[in-house]
Ligand binder design. Structure first.
Ligand code: CA
Length: 450
C-alpha cells in the first residue's frame, strides 16, 4: 500500500514539471527579409530567457533534489513497515506469554481440585466408618418415641403423649405345679418349669440403649449369618431403622458390630423377632408387619395384621407402643396383640413365615395391658406379671393346642427393674431380655405338662 502511494507521488511530481514547462513555452511567427514566414517555438529556462547557450544542470540538480526527498520518504515508509512488523512480533510474544501463564494457572487449579476431591473422599469414608459405630447413632432422645398419638382410635389417646408406663396389676397366683420327677434332663418340647437368674451380656452405654431388641436367629439360613450372629436394635428414637449385626456373643459383649443394616421401614417398639433368615417387625404407627430378608437386605413381605390395635391401643403395661409382639418358637411364627373385638384381651395368631398371613387365631382371657410382656414356647403363650418388680412371676399360660389358658406362678427376676422386651430362642433354650440398658438372657427349663 505504501509503495503504491510512493509511485502516485512520483507521477504527480513528473506531471507537475511538464505542466510548469508548458506554462513558460511560447510560439512566435514573423517574416524574414526574403518574405518567408518563420515560426519560432521558445521554452523559458529557469536560469535565463535567452535561447542559445543555456545549461541543464540546475534542472538536473532539482530533479536530484526531488529524488533525494523521495528516497528519504521511501526509506521512512519502509522503516514504518519494518516497525509495524516488530510491533506485531512484540504483541505476539506478549500474547504467547500470557497464554502460557494461563495454562500454568489452569494446571495448578486442576491439581488443587484433585487434592480437594481426594480429601472429600477421605472424609466421606471416615464419616461412613463413624456411622458404623454404635456410639454414633443419631437417635434423638428417650422421649421421642412418646411424642406420637395412637394412630386411629381416639378412645386410646392418652392426650399428653407421655409414656404409658403403668405398673402391672400383679395377681399373685399360687404355684399350681411342681416340677415332675424325671424332667431335669428334659430336652423336648414341654411346659415351662423354671426361669433362671439373668445373665448379663452387654450394658448399653448411652440413653439410646434404655430399651430395645436383641436376638439370635434360632434357625438361620446361612451362609452369611449363623446361630452365633447376634442382632440388636436400639428402639429409642423417632425413626428406628438400624439393625446391628455382631459376629458372635463375644463381639456383642465388646460392642463391636460387624455390620449395620438399614431397614426399609421404621421399627415400632420392642416386639421384633428373628426367624429363618428374616427379621420380623411392626412398621411404625401401623398394624403392618414387615419381613426383612437378611441375606438380600431387602423387604420380602409386608401385610397388615387384621384388626390389630397399634400405637398405644393395646400395649403391655409399660407402654412404649408395645401393641404388637412377634415371637418364634419350635412351632413357628406368632403375633401377640389385641383387637377392639377382644376388648383388650390378648389374641394369639400363628403366621405364615413367608406371606405373613394369619393361619389361625386364639383369644385368651387375660388383658394385655395387665402384663409386662409375653413369649411363646412350644406353642404356649406365657406372660410376665411385672416389668419393674425385682421378683415377679410368669403368671399365665395359654396352650394353643387345647385353646385353654390358666394361671401359673413361675418365679421371674427383673434384676434391673425396667424390663422392656422378653423373647424366647428355642435353639438356645433361653429367654432374651432387655432390662434397663442391660441385655440379658435367662436359662429356662421345660418339662412334661402335668
Ligand atoms: Ca415378647
Amino acid at each position: 500500500m505504501r509503495l503504491q502511494v510512493f509511485f502516485l507521488c512520483l507521477s504527480c511530481l513528473t506531471l507537475s514539471s511538464l505542466s510548469q514547462a508548458q506554462d513558460q513555452a511560447s510560439l512566435h511567427r514573423s517574416n524574414d527579409h526574403a518574405g518567408r514566414c518563420h515560426y519560432t517555438f521558445s521554452v523559458a529556462s529557469p536560469e535565463e530567457s535567452s535561447c542559445p547557450g543555456g545549461s541543464t544542470k540546475p534542472e538536473i540538480d532539482g530533479v536530484l533534489s526531488r529524488l533525494t526527498l523521495l528516497e528519504a520518504l521511501v526509506s521512512r515508509l519502509i522503516a514504518g513497515v519494518d516497525g509495524g512488523q516488530e510491533g506485531l512480533q512484540d504483541a505476539y510474544s506478549q500474547v504467547t506469554g500470557e497464554k502460557n501463564q494461563l495454562q500454568q494457572d489452569k494446571e495448578r487449579l486442576n491439581r488443587q481440585v484433585q487434592e480437594l476431591q481426594r480429601r472429600l473422599d477421605e472424609l466421606s469414608q471416615e464419616a461412613e466408618s463413624l456411622r458404623q459405630k454404635p456410639c454414633q447413632q443419631t437417635h434423638t432422645s428417650e422421649g421421642s418415641q412418646r411424642d406420637s398419638r395412637p394412630a386411629s382410635d381416639p378412645a386410646y389417646d392418652f392426650g399428653d403423649g407421655a409414656y404409658q408406663e403403668m405398673k402391672a396389676e400383679v395377681t399373685e397366683v399360687p404355684a399350681s405345679h411342681l416340677i415332675p420327677e424325671g424332667n431335669h434332663n428334659f430336652t423336648g418340647c414341654g411346659e415351662l418349669q423354671s426361669v433362671g437368674d439373668p445373665e448379663l451380656h452387654r450394658k448399653a452405654d448411652s440413653i439410646t440403649g434404655k430399651y430395645g431388641v436383641w436376638l439370635q436367629d434360632p434357625e438361620p439360613l446361612g451362609p452369611l449369618y449363623s446361630n452365633k450372629t447376634v442382632w440388636r436394635i436400639d428402639t429409642v428414637g423417632k425413626d428406628v431403622r438400624q439393625l446391628f449385626a455382631y459376629e458372635d456373643m463375644v463381639q456383642f459383649s465388646r460392642g463391636f458390630p460387624m455390620k449395620v443394616l438399614v431397614l426399609p421401614e421404621p421399627v415400632e417398639s420392642t416386639g421384633a423377632t428373628m426367624y429363618r433368615g428374616s427379621l420380623y417387625y411392626q412398621r411404625k404407627r401401623s398394624r403392618t408387619l414387615i419381613r426383612y430378608d437378611l441375606a438380600s437386605e431387602s423387604l420380602a413381605s409386608r401385610l397388615d395384621l387384621p384388626h390389630a390395635g397399634f400405637h398405644g391401643q393395646h400395649p403391655y403395661s409399660w407402654g412404649g407402643y408395645t401393641d404388637i409382639d412377634l415371637a418364634a418358637d419350635e412351632q413357628g411364627l406368632w403375633a401377640i396383640y389385641s383387637t377392639s373385638k377382644a376388648k383388650g384381651a390378648i389374641v394369639i395368631s400363628q403366621l405364615d413365615p413367608e406371606s405373613l398371613e394369619v393361619k389361625k387365631s386364639w383369644e385368651t382371657n387375660i388383658r394385655k395391658n395387665t402384663v409386662a410382656n409375653a413369649f411363646m414356647v412350644c406353642g404356649r403363650l406365657y406372660t410376665v406379671a411385672s416389668y419393674t418388680a425385682a421378683n415377679t412371676t410368669v403368671n399365665y399360660v395359654f396352650d394353643t393346642s387345647t385353646g385353654v389358658g390358666r394361671s401359673v406362678a413361675v418365679p421371674f427376676k427383673n434384676k434391673y427393674r425396667y424390663n422392656s422386651m422378653v423373647d424366647y430362642n428355642h435353639a438356645q433354650r433361653k429367654l432374651y431380655a432387655w432390662d434397663n440398658f442391660h441385655m440379658i438372657t435367662y436359662d429356662i427349663r421345660l418339662g412334661r405338662a402335668s
